[in-house]
Design a protein. Structure first.
Length: 216
């Protein structure tokens, strides 16, 4: 019998960031949205998930607080967008990353907090490209257990490897505050416990109002 769940090692996504520096430059508040656009297996080959982008899609939101160059905290949430109707993401110096249609009826699959030392920022290289590695200890919701077939357990560590080419990064000064934006950087998301298990089903049988259908 064909499994309704397909293992993928990596969620491949885009990064959108608004990072606001305090006037004295000592504290920073960061907000990310990371829509997931594709998947790869343990060999690095693309994986096609039937119904993805129509029946549902996934994304991450992350917020972080930094003081004197040190991360004080980082919170991550993995979401499902039933019917994949949130729209596109935009960000600007004036507003945090947001979906064009809002986040109506989206489902929290798991939440996580930064592990000890779990935020490493890589300074710009000679070409201005930069990156970061984030690690969070996750707690799944009931819906997350169902939709992801238990692939995220309580205590599973999720890792986001962010790549920010110079062309996607900008800094603007507004009312004396520096505001950084990232538009369409990239991220690779993995679990320390193995693969994500994703529903691989025709859009016609996906019931966003009744996720338990997967187990029947």
């Amino acid at each position: 019998m064909h499994s309704l769940f397909t293992p993928v090692e990596t969620l491949d996504g885009s990064t959108f960031l608004r990072s606001v520096h305090s006037a004295d430059g000592t504290t920073i508040s960061e907000n990310f949205i990371m829509p997931i656009n594709g998947f790869t297996d343990s060999n690095g080959d693309p994986v096609t998930i039937q119904g993805y982008g129509k029946a549902y899609s996934l994304f991450l939101t992350i917020d972080a607080q930094i003081a004197n160059g040190q991360f004080l905290g980082l919170n991550a949430t993995l979401w499902a967008d039933p019917l994949s109707n949130d729209g596109s993401v935009s960000v600007s110096p004036e507003h945090d990353p947001a979906f064009s249609n809002g986040m109506h009826n989206d489902i929290v699959l798991a939440t996580g907090k930064m592990t000890a030392g779990g935020a490493v920022v890589h300074p710009p290289d000679a070409s201005g490209n930069r990156g970061a590695d984030f690690f969070e200890k996750m707690t799944p919701t009931l819906e997350g257990n169902i939709l992801l077939h238990g692939s995220i357990q309580d205590g599973t560590v999720m890792h986001e490897q962010l790549t920010t080419p110079a062309s996607t990064f900008s800094t603007t000064v507004v009312n004396g505050q520096a505001i950084d934006n990232v538009t369409n950087g990239s991220v690779a998301v993995t679990l320390d416990s193995g693969n994500f298990l994703l529903p691989n089903v025709p859009s016609s049988i996906f019931r966003p109002d009744h996720l338990q259908f997967i187990h029947h």
